[in-house]
Design a protein around this ligand. Structure first.
Ligand code: NAG
Ligand code: NAG
Ligand code: NAG
Ligand code: NAG
Ligand code: NAG
Ligand code: NAG
Ligand code: ZN
Length: 816
């Protein structure tokens, strides 16, 4: 499969320069470390010389006061580029042609995690050429590479002599078709189809169709007395993180898992509906395979052998059995899935005999699949063979830094670089290209003499695909520094796969996101002058997981935003497939690379506002209000649990059409049979929990009141800042100190919601408000401690979580 010799030479340069194991350093690398040491050693000097002077001498009004723009100020500290000029540069510099050029480079060859040192080096050199000092920061991580695989359908057949023998009735290709007009698909060194962190194994058994493989899908199978133990699961992709499908199958005694992409989940754009398939049209290429990680992401991301601490050479390593699967799994195309699903025809119940959650998106009926559940009889079995090589190998993050004037206020902006395939034009290289364009734009400003108020750190992460490894290890390494200094983290990943803006973020950042998107012109000028904001559904999703913001938001308590343009349903996005290629991007995803340009403008402007506004552009009130709405969500869920049939019924009507509701509902880890039998004894406990919950509203009233005061004060200071003339030293210094105080409160607000012991059964996740759902993996669960306790009907634990959350809210209020 993959040639190991070809990549060995890629890694050699770094192996020789790997640092020897050392005590955990507190800063990212020499540049920042030196910078901060000096800064910390001279807090007083810094206060008066840096903050006071910068805010005093820099007269630019940040925003609408363009009249300052071209004034310069004599002497030390003069500001050559003010915010208005910076904004112009960040809007004018990004170009579609350049983004296309970067995209062409990154998608030219394989760049699986830890396999392409030259792409890291190239990225570092490019950033330095733009004027941003950069370094490669490496970790030694435990990951797998594919060696061999096989998937075949076997039938026992009677021979002429009366004896019976196994015959291969179908051999899955496990490869994606070569397409002449898409050169990426024919690269000699293209990456085989496989799962990150999958177990090696060779199993042969009857097969069972398990729908999406959600927690509740498996519960339904148990209720219907479908034998799971000793069988191989075939699950459709979608909705929840793939590793959790494998996890539940494994827990229930299944011995292998096959994951396939059902075209029924592609919306209307299907071959069945008359759309041509890629490359002739926007429908899914039938041989496309979704690779991806099967790590148990909702338990902990990062290197599974070093949970909570960085994978530096020599670091102690933990056993991995609770973090990654022990049963083998393979991803397949729908072309390969059809014969296996057909083999189930006539065996076991049909999905029609099951509830409505099983009767949606059946995209292969027209191909003769009846969607029987099985299992197949003992004389119709599948052989699943999977061989993976595990090794501990270096990964390479590229880290660039622009020093700011205030050393302990830092903005981090990142995107990963590794991909499952040689292409990855959408995931992640639209993001890599966009990040390069944003950095090139900041480089233009630097050339004109601009220096940011706050330090900006850029990151090109490696190993995201296996489990957010590069970013997680980096955050784990620099945790003390980040907790003290990191104001916000801005993430992009698939930055431009189509025209639909997707945003998830911490509520502190909502207002900033609205204002930035309203300043960037949409590439769609059907109505002249319309902005990205105008064409966006304005839905800001809660933080879950699934990209590199996870360690920042959920582990370190740093408010984060994740932003990108999605393909939507206009053209099927071939996620983690060979067809996420430069050619697909050019033809269907983002012709002309215009959404790449828009995202580079958004990224630049968002970073600039975070780094340049004298008052950090957060809204504490939005956070307090969001928290109150989350408590209401918990109350609704409790209501649903207590008055089961009716509320659940209402929800289920919604659920069939709304994926988010569907998968939230289907991922509840309650045992419905247990629920109906014990519900008569639960009300008293649940009732006391309900009263308990009300305390959160009281605590939130306190937080809201303080948050409103803080936001009001911030607004005043912002106006004062524009009003006080630059030469009025005493007033400017007083103002600078007041702003500093407000900014510090903003900076630490998110941190107040960390609970050191972490969530139940997953101590790595420390945020009491945001975490990926335990059984969804991607989607954000709010107040996971409460939600999971309700699912489990553990009212005692639920009350314990009310106490924890209440103390966190009061802690946050106190901090304001
Ligand atoms: C950032 O500041 C540190 C300490 O003052 C300095 O050593 C480093 O060279 C600076 N980096 C850049 C890119 O200016
Ligand atoms: C690394 O990436 C470059 C640029 O995409 C590519 O040309 C090269 O073949 C890759 N190297 C390896 C070892 O895969
Ligand atoms: C898998 O196991 C079967 C016997 O159970 C054996 O016949 C077959 O050769 C094995 N496959 C591989 C690739 O080792
Ligand atoms: C459940 O299945 C087992 C065998 O798999 C069978 O022995 C048993 O009778 C079934 N029970 C019901 C209630 O269908
Ligand atoms: C472009 O904008 C128009 C007008 O706002 C809208 O109706 C249309 O759906 C948009 N097209 C795309 C591809 O977003
Ligand atoms: C669900 O609850 C029932 C009744 O308490 C129990 O018999 C069954 O084993 C449980 N199932 C699972 C998967 O925990
Ligand atoms: Zn990605």
């Amino acid at each position: 499969m993959k040639s190991k010799t070809a990549t060995a030479s890629e890694r050699t340069p770094l192996i020789t320069t790997l640092p020897i194991a050392s005590p955990r350093p507190r800063y990212p690398h020499a540049v920042v470390r030196r910078f901060c040491t000096i800064a910390l050693a001279s807090v007083l000097t810094w206060f008066f010389l840096s903050v006071a002077v910068s805010l005093t001498l820099f007269p630019d009004g940040h925003g609408h006061h363009g009249h300052h723009s071209h004034r310069t100020w004599p002497g030390w500290g003069r500001r050559k580029v003010d915010y208005d000029q910076l904004k112009r540069i960040l809007l004018d510099t990004p170009s579609s042609e350049k983004a296309e050029e970067w995209s062409r480079y990154y998608t030219a060859g394989p760049h699986l995690a830890g396999k392409n040192y030259s792409q890291a080096l190239w990225t570092k050199d490019l950033w330095e050429k733009f004027g941003v000092k950069s370094d490669i920061v490496s970790y030694d991580v435990y990951i797998n590479y594919p060696v061999d695989h096989r998937l075949a359908l076997l039938k026992k057949e009677k021979q002429d002599d009366g004896a019976s023998a196994w015959k291969v009735s179908f051999e899955a290709s496990l490869t994606e078709d070569v397409i002449d007009e898409d050169p990426t698909t024919s690269l000699a060194d293209r990456i085989p189809t496989f799962h990150g962190y999958s177990a090696s194994g060779n199993v042969t058994a009857p097969v069972v169709y398990v729908n999406y493989g959600t927690y509740q899908d498996f519960e339904d199978l148990i209720k219907a007395n479908v034998t799971l133990e000793g069988k191989i699961a075939i699950a459709r992709y979608g909705g929840i993180f793939r590793g959790l499908k494998v996890k539940r199958a494994q827990e229930l005694g299944m011995i292998g898992t096959i994951l396939y992409s059902d075209p029924g989940d592609d919306g209307d754009v299907t071959e069945e509906n008359g759309y041509a398939v890629y490359p002739d049209g926007p429908a899914r290429q039938p041989s496309s395979v979704q690779r991806g990680s099967t790590q148990f992401l909702s338990v902990a991301p990062g290197d599974p052998t070093t949970p909570g601490y960085p994978s530096k050479p020599g670091a102690p390593r933990q056993p991995v059995h609770s973090a990654i699967p022990s049963i083998p799994s393979v991803p397949i195309s729908y072309q390969d899935a059809i014969p296996i699903l057909r083999a189930l025809n006539g065996h076991g119940p049909k999905v029609k005999d099951f509830n409505k959650y099983w009767n949606r998106n059946m995209g292969l009926q027209y191909k003769g699949v009846h969607y029987n559940i099985g299992p197949t009889p003992d004389d119709v079995v599948v052989n699943l063979y999977n061989e993976q090589e595990y090794e501990t190998t270096p990964l390479w993050n590229v880290i660039g830094v622009i020093n700011g004037t205030i050393p302990d206020e830092v903005i981090v902006v990142g995107c990963h670089r590794d991909a499952w395939i040689a292409g990855g034009a959408g995931d992640p290289n639209s993001g890599s290209a966009v990040l390069n364009e944003a950095i090139r734009s900041f480089g233009e400003a630097l050339r004109l003499g601009w220096k940011p108020l706050r330090t900006i750190v850029f990151a090109s992460w490696d190993g995201e695909e296996y489990g957010l490894i590069g970013s997680t290890e980096w955050v784990e390494e620099y945790l003390p520094w980040l907790r003290g200094a990191n104001v916000a983290y801005v993430n992009t990943d698939t930055a431009a796969g189509g025209p639909d803006l997707f945003v998830s973020a911490a509520p502190l950042l909502d207002n900033l996101i609205y204002s930035v998107t309203a300043e960037v012109p949409s590439p769609n000028q059907t109505v002249p002058g319309q902005t990205v904001f105008d064409l966006w559904d304005k839905n800001i999703h809660t933080m879950g997981s699934g990209s590199d913001f996870t360690a920042f938001q959920d582990f370190a308590g740093i408010p984060s935003v994740h932003i990108g343009f999605d393909a939507g349903y206009k053209a099927v996005y071939h996620y983690h497939s060979n067809y996420d290629s430069f050619h697909w991007m050019e033809k269907f995803g983002d012709p002309g690379f215009v959404y790449h340009k828009a995202m580079a403008q958004i990224l630049g402007l968002m970073t600039a506002k975070l780094a340049e506004m004298p008052v950090i552009p957060f809204m504490a009130t939005d956070y307090a209000k969001a928290l109150d709405s989350y408590v209401k969500k918990v109350e609704d869920k409790l209501g649903a649990a207590l008055h089961l049939p009716q509320v659940e019924e209402d929800l289920s009507v919604l659920a069939i059409n709304d994926d988010e509701v569907y998968f939230e509902l289907r991922s509840r880890a309650h045992n419905t049979s247990a629920l109906t039998t014990t519900s008569s004894s639960s009300p008293p406990d649940a009732g006391s929990f309900k009263t308990h919950l009300r305390r959160l509203h009281h605590a939130l009233e306190k937080l809201t009141e303080r948050a409103m005061k803080l936001d009001k004060r911030a607004k005043h200071l912002e106006l004062d800042f524009e009003g006080v003339p630059w030469w009025h030293w005493p007033a400017r210094i007083k103002l600078a100190l007041a702003i500093r105080k407000v900014n510090t409160k903003y900076k630490y607000l998110e941190r107040a919601f960390l609970h050191e012991q972490g969530l139940d059964g997953r101590p790595w996740f420390k945020h009491v408000v945001f975490a990926p759902g335990l059984w969804t993996g991607y989607a954000g669960a709010v107040f996971p401690g409460l939600m999971e306790s309700i699912d489990a009907e553990d009212w005692k634990n639920a009350e314990r979580w009310v106490d924890i959350i209440e103390s966190r809210i009061l802690n946050a209020a106190k901090g304001l």
